[in-house]
Design a protein around this ligand. Structure first.
Ligand SMILES: [Zn+2]
Length: 77
């Protein structure tokens, strides 16, 4: 199931993110991916860390190193 539910660290709203294996570099886990909460209000970038099963472990409200893609987080799917 590639759609993950997480909390945006900027606005603390629930967001939905579609994460595929090709979105992360599998050099080490948890692997970072950049995510923009795209809803016209927040629109801020965070770094989400996902495990080898593409589950979101934690996130940070900054742009951290090591990600290879920027994904969109949406308020609903
Ligand atoms: Zn947000």
């Amino acid at each position: 199931m590639p759609i993950k539910v997480a909390m945006c660290p900027h606005c603390n709203k629930r967001v939905f993110i579609r994460i595929e294996e090709s979105d992360i570099s599998p050099v080490r886990y948890p692997a970072p991916v950049w995510v923009i909460h795209k809803n016209g209000i927040c629109d801020k970038l965070s770094t989400y860390y996902v495990d080898s099963k593409l589950g979101v472990s934690y996130n940070a409200p900054e742009k951290k190193e090591g990600a290879i893609k920027t994904l969109e987080a949406l308020d609903k799917m």
